[in-house]
Design a protein around this ligand. Sequence first.
Ligand SMILES: Nc1ncnc2c1ncn2[C@@H]1O[C@H](COP(=O)(O)OP(=O)(O)OP(=O)(O)O)[C@@H](O)[C@H]1O
Ligand SMILES: [Mg+2]
Length: 265
Amino acid sequence: MTTEIFIKDLTKKYPKGPEALRGIHLEVGKGQLFTLLGPNGAGKSTLVKIITTLIQPDSGEFTIGGQNPDKEFSNTRNYIGVASQDNELDPAEKVEDLLRFQGRLFGLSKPQARQRAEELIDAFELQSERQKKCETLSGGNKRRLHCALALVHRPHVLFLDEPTVGMDPEARARFWQVINQINKNDGVTIFLTTQYLEEADKHATEMALIMDGTIHYRGSVSEFKEMVNAGQKLTLEESYLTYVGQSRQPETPLQKLEVPQGLNS
Ligand SMILES: Nc1ncnc2c1ncn2[C@@H]1O[C@H](COP(=O)(O)OP(=O)(O)OP(=O)(O)O)[C@@H](O)[C@H]1O
Ligand SMILES: [Mg+2]
């Protein structure tokens, strides 16, 4: 396996805030559809922001595609695409103009930027929104546009921080069609955070679980389920609830975990 994302000893404490990351080690292989799971406030977005250079860590190292985006950003900015959890969109800009502008920013010619914008408007079904100003978009359509913007320059690694929040079921299905296609056909590595565990269960093969700024598990989704369930067939959501619930009581050994009532019926 070729390592695409490499993270070592990463720590981050916000000024007057908590210790958000407490020494993160993580590797993600090229072409993986990887999901980082964890409760609210666990440190997922902090990790994504650091490795996409939006904020600085206190210590540690990381590389993406063998390069440190922080130090070699001009070389690697074309390599990654990011749809952050709290990205701002230019409120007065129209959807299609923003997509074209993004293409121009990444060095596409005017006709190329126009064509790429069309492809992404089609892919994320934003046809009826194309002339609207960003400030007038609904929440789900904003998320679609964030994802489209992240893909304009055909990145090799795509970071998606809770991308499907607010998307309706059709938009979500369409979104996963696009993501699976670029992952399987184009070999794009996907680094996803989500609270919709049925999505992670269905689409991700590799995962990590982060709690209180510490990685608790790193491995395949199926091995996580096996590890927690000890022979029972449970979904990722059920396994996650079991593990996270029991981890809050550190005295309880993992093999004695009980499945919350009603979850395995
Ligand atoms: N700018 C900030 N200043 C101070 N503390 C922050 C800041 N951003 C995040 N935090 C804190 O750092 C911790 C980790 O936050 P983070 O946003 O990384 O969590 P998360 O796993 O992405 O959560 P969620 O599932 O809610 O998105 C939390 O305790 C959060 O309150
Ligand atoms: Mg977050």
